[in-house]
Design a protein around this ligand. Structure first.
Ligand SMILES: [Zn+2]
Ligand SMILES: [Zn+2]
Ligand SMILES: [Zn+2]
Length: 300
């Protein structure tokens, strides 16, 4: 590459020179021959019922008496993939990890790897933290996870995963991911805040309830844990905090995430003294107004 008057020039071919004609001939023949070779290769695979095709070879390793052909395995994967509980996680810019009920599939630019969930053991072997990433300017941690299959002839594979997706995939696997002792998880700013938020809220006055709290409408996995009750006293001036009449609907983590995501991300040291609005009625509250809930009669 060299600099010219019209900018950078990568190749300069002089077709009038003797070598120029050879280059031109190679280019023109290559542009016809390469697509022809690809077509012939595809025809060769098709005539032989995809014998020697890399994906067929990988699927044949899973052939059993119950599923005696790779066709049946491919149909099984297709059917599971179409279900609405299939989890697809992006791995970098070109790869994907697909988790169905019984399969774990890594799709990369030039390759596909399969593992049966019941036979696969996943190990988190390494991690690296980057201060800038395609997802944003915050610190991001990537984990290297190795997949080994106990099915004979099935090749192991590995993938790099954003640490924030770790729990999402771990919850969908039949066996938990083993984490090697030297791998430590880097906590994101939000995770740090949630720990402090939880400790702070626990020391606020408890709100007693007569009935059991409903499921948190944010995560739908645990019961609601907090209610907004104004307890703060603003010294001098008007207190913007209002009285929220909503019933307890959020767990601590979901309320903490709601609070953190509505703060100025450039000044995290001010979050604890900041205010936010109720997710339902939009009444302003501060952290002193977030009270843990407890059913009357329950110890705690
Ligand atoms: Zn929740
Ligand atoms: Zn409210
Ligand atoms: Zn308040």
């Amino acid at each position: 590459m060299k600099m010219t008057d019209s900018g950078f020039e990568i190749f300069k071919l002089d077709f009038a020179a003797p070598w120029g004609k050879i280059y031109l001939s190679l280019y023109s023949h290559g542009s016809v021959l390469l697509p022809m070779m690809a077509y012939i290769y595809i025809c060769y695979w098709k005539r032989g019922n995809f014998h020697c095709h890399p994906i067929r070879e990988k699927l044949e390793a899973f052939v059993t008496q119950a599923e005696p052909s790779w066709h049946l395995i491919a149909v099984n994967i297709s059917n599971e993939f179409r279900r609405n509980d299939t989890l697809v996680i992006r791995l970098g810019t070109t790869g994907k990890l697909v988790i169905t009920n019984s399969w774990l599939i890594k799709v990369s630019l030039y390759d596909v790897n399969f593992a049966l969930q019941r036979d696969a053991s996943l190990t988190c072997v390494d991690s690296d933290v980057h201060h800038i990433s395609p997802e944003g300017a915050q610190n991001v941690q990537y984990l290297t996870i190795q997949v080994k299959s106990s099915t004979p002839r099935v090749e192991g594979f590995s993938f790099r995963l954003n640490a924030e997706d770790f729990h999402t995939i771990n919850d969908r696997l039949q066996h938990n991911i083993t984490i090697l002792p030297h791998v430590s998880f880097h906590k994101s700013r939000i995770q740090h805040f949630l720990e402090v938020f939880r400790t702070f809220i626990t020391s606020n006055p408890t709100h007693l309830m007569e009935e059991d709290p409903e499921l948190c409408i944010g995560c739908m996995s645990i019961a609601a844990e907090v209610k907004l009750v104004r307890h703060c006293v603003e010294e001098g001036g008007e207190n913007p905090c209002g009285s929220c009449q909503c019933r307890p609907m959020w767990c601590m983590d979901c309320m903490g995430k709601w609070f953190a995501l509505r703060q100025d991300q450039n000044v995290p040291h001010l979050w604890m003294s900041s205010k936010c609005t109720c997710p339902m009625c939009r009444v302003t509250f501060c952290l002193l107004d977030v009270c843990p809930v407890r059913k009357i009669g329950n110890a705690g």
